[in-house]
Design a protein. Structure first.
Length: 174
């Protein structure tokens, strides 16, 4: 008998998955509670509730209040990371930050996507593609980064940009 693949495993494999599956809902609830504790009282002690979820993190990490994530478990953060107010990381797939990354306020990074076909979309399935942000990257205020994007080392993303495609190292986009 072949075991059925869980929705979590489908999500992690980059396959179509159902985000309302109980296991995924419980994981998101855990992340929401950690974010709520920190956002309600942003202290080092409450920051640990969030960073404990992270896949990996550097020693120097600053999150300003308003931080939200779906799971936290697919987030990897290098050294000297700063996320300004109201950053949202929808981490159904890996979100990997290199060293010395600055996120301006209201930066949103999305790994999850939905079918383009209306019938398929009604079925509620999603697919997730990783986002990678290299070393020494500055992401300006209000930037939105879509699923599957890689941003090269030293890049600068100007305020309010919508990043739909990969960004070369040392490039400036706005």
């Amino acid at each position: 008998m072949i075991a059925e693949t869980s929705e979590k495993q489908k999500m992690l494999n980059g396959d179509w998955f159902n985000p309302v599956a109980l296991e995924l809902r419980l994981m998101r609830e855990q992340a929401r509670q950690a974010c709520a504790k920190f956002n309600g009282h942003p202290s080092k002690g409450n920051l640990k509730h969030i960073t404990r979820l992270f896949n990996e993190k550097g020693e120097q990490l600053v999150l300003e209040p308003g931080f939200q994530c779906d799971y936290g478990t697919q987030i990897t953060v290098g050294e000297n990371f700063f996320a300004n107010f109201n950053c949202v990381l929808l981490d159904s797939a890996n979100i990997v930050f290199g060293n010395d990354v600055l996120l301006g306020p209201n930066v949103h990074i999305y790994t999850v996507d939905h079918p383009r076909d209306t019938v398929a979309r009604r079925n509620g399935l999603c697919i997730a593609k990783p986002v990678v942000v290299g070393n020494d990257v500055w992401v300006g205020a209000g930037v939105k980064i879509l699923p599957g994007v890689t941003i090269g080392d030293g890049a600068i993303i100007g305020a309010n940009a919508l990043v739909r495609h990969d960004v070369a190292s040392n490039a400036t986009v706005y």
